[in-house]
Design a protein around this ligand. Structure first.
Ligand code: GTP
Ligand code: MG
Length: 260
């Protein structure tokens, strides 16, 4: 039976440069169906990545705002810097295959919670928990998971606070609740993690003595973090804002905070 529009279809495929052998209407309908299905999957994936990248931007903006708010009241910013990254397609698929998860977009959204990643680098350890508290206080943020590798460091010596949060993203198709992994660490913890990652990434290190030395470095760094915080707290306690001039200067400094 001839399908309406079949000749038009044939013309289209001929114009597109398909060889004569594949200009069989049945084969072409099959190819079209296949192409349509593949494109549906690709568009679903694109939509998911759009939601992930939007969620990442929302979290970054929330962090930047709370950092400025904190600076206006305390004259010191808890956040030193923020890094963001979207997990690559290869890393997502690798992780799914490692965990034995069928690689569908639905499964990506359900099981891979670190497609959108935000790393927050703080000056001091107490800043990490201050930033966490201020972020979680936002009504639209839902805390799904929390791993405190500062209280309980990994055997490698790795220290950071890991949160999986969920944030609503308003898209043309409706609201999409999207997960973001937030890693919070001090500058010192980040220094260790970055170099350790580089060393371990380049070589599959199983030399116990070297691993022990890396862990010892992490402990030394943790003690330095504690000491730096203790020094800051003691300095703050010695500040005496009772004099009028000091109070005026303090208010001026708060007024001078750049609004980004
Ligand atoms: P993943 O499958 O890797 O996500 O494992 P998980 O879900 O148990 O996550 P985990 O809380 O262990 O965090 C994984 C992330 O934390 C990694 O992608 C790294 O960024 C960081 N991380 C965890 N352990 C280490 C470590 O020993 N060294 C360094 N440099 N980074 C680490
Ligand atoms: Mg993870």
């Amino acid at each position: 039976m001839e399908h309406p529009g079949e000749n038009n279809e044939l013309k289209l495929w001929e114009d597109a440069g398909f060889p004569e052998q594949v200009q069989d209407p049945k084969l072409m309908r099959l190819l079209m169906k296949g192409a349509n299905n593949v494109l549906d999957v690709m568009l679903d994936y694109k939509q998911l990545m759009f939601a992930e990248s939007s969620a990442m931007k929302i979290i970054r903006t929330k962090l930047e705002i709370l950092d400025t708010e904190f600076k206006m009241t305390h004259n010191r910013d808890p956040i030193h810097s923020i890094q963001t990254r979207l997990k690559s397609q290869a890393s997502i698929l690798q992780k799914m295959s490692r965990r034995g998860i069928e690689p569908t977009t639905e499964n990506m959204e359900r099981y891979i919670s670190d497609i959108a990643g935000v790393r927050v680098i703080c000056g001091y350890m107490d800043d990490i928990y201050t930033v966490e508290k201020l972020l979680i206080e936002h009504e639209d943020i839902e805390l799904l998971e929390r791993k405190d590798y500062i209280l309980s460091p990994k055997p490698s010596g790795y220290r950071s606070l890991h949160l999986i949060v969920q944030v609503p993203v308003f898209l043309p198709g409706g609201v999409r609740k999207t997960k973001v992994e937030v890693q919070l660490r001090t500058i010192a913890m980040d220094f260790w993690a970055s170099l350790e990652h580089e060393i371990r990434y380049k070589k599959d290190l199983d030399n116990k003595a070297l691993l022990k030395r890396l862990e010892t470095c992490a402990e030394v760094i943790a003690r330095t973090d504690e000491e730096m915080q203790a020094i800051r707290v003691q300095m703050e306690a010695q500040e005496n804002p009772t004099k009028e001039m000091e109070q005026i200067l303090e208010k001026l400094r708060r007024f001078d905070v750049p609004l980004g």
